[in-house]
Design a binder for this molecule. Sequence first.
Ligand code: P6P
Length: 348
Amino acid sequence: MPALSSQQRSLTRFLIEAQREGQINAELRLLIEVVARACKRISVAVGKGALGGVLGDAVAAGGDGGASINVQGEAQKKLDVLSNDILLEANAWGGHLAGLASEEMDHSQPIPDAYPRGNYLLLFDPLDGSSNIDVNVSVGTIFSVLRSPEGVAEVGDEHFLQAGREQVAAGYCIYGPSTMLILTLGHGTHAFTLDREQGSFVLTKRDMRIPEETKEFAINMSNQRHWEAPMQAYVRDLLAGKEGPRGKDFNMRWIASMVADVHRLLTRGGIFIYPWDRKDPSKAGKLRLMYEANPMAMLVEQAGGAATNGRTRILDVPPTQLHQRVPVFLGSKREVEEATRYHVDHDA
Ligand code: P6P
């Protein structure tokens, strides 16, 4: 494989150029490079599959051999724990963060006293869709970057509770047939593909754009009986196709790995929905606001799409808890607006 051509941009060159243009500072550039390097390590571990000895459930420490359960009440996979540890170790010593929060940790963690602290907060789902690992389906790492409040000696959970519009960067790394990093710094959404021979991410799509219209929706239909009335009506009309009020036929996809479903709609359009359902009314849906919905919403909006909770813009939802959940409608702008209209009209 020849060295990168002058036309090809490594992630490092892309970030240096973004810094020159004033989009980011040196500390944020380091943060993104550290996260990307950690994702390369996770990609290697995921890619080994059964040969890496890291498939299956993590075992609870000191337990009876039962699965380890995370704060979400979900069985942790060995790779969940390994991916979380990789991100924690990679980000501890660089001096770019004040603290971190993870789907896999009950509370946020300040950077240890042994290391300098920086001006950013990193939130992540270290391995989203991990239930798919054992069946060899694409999974991914999702991350969100916020500014740390000034003058705080040691950050706590409360300092992470900022609305999604405050994010300074967001992205995901999808571990699929190829490993790709999808990144926004607030100036468009861009795709980088991992060149395994060079060991570097290469810019392969600048300024991704989501088609405003779509004929493809992604939802777990098995929950249909638990949805609220406007959601039932919206999907009923999708399924009615060209004979129904929408006047066109729709196709359905559901990978049950948010990173993979969102990557598809970023690439060719679509709407991804995980609505509120009455299976557990207290949960307000399944997906987490701070490190799933917010980063994905920023990526989608920066690519010309839209993201709501069925009623209001996700990036404006005021967080109250680190692991709070939120209904998610995101993707092709016109379709998200239509799904949101069903809910707003129902409430009127
Ligand atoms: P269900 C994976 O567990 C996840 O958090 C998302 O990645 C995915 O979109 C969703 O849950 C799948 O949920 O209920 O279809 O298994």
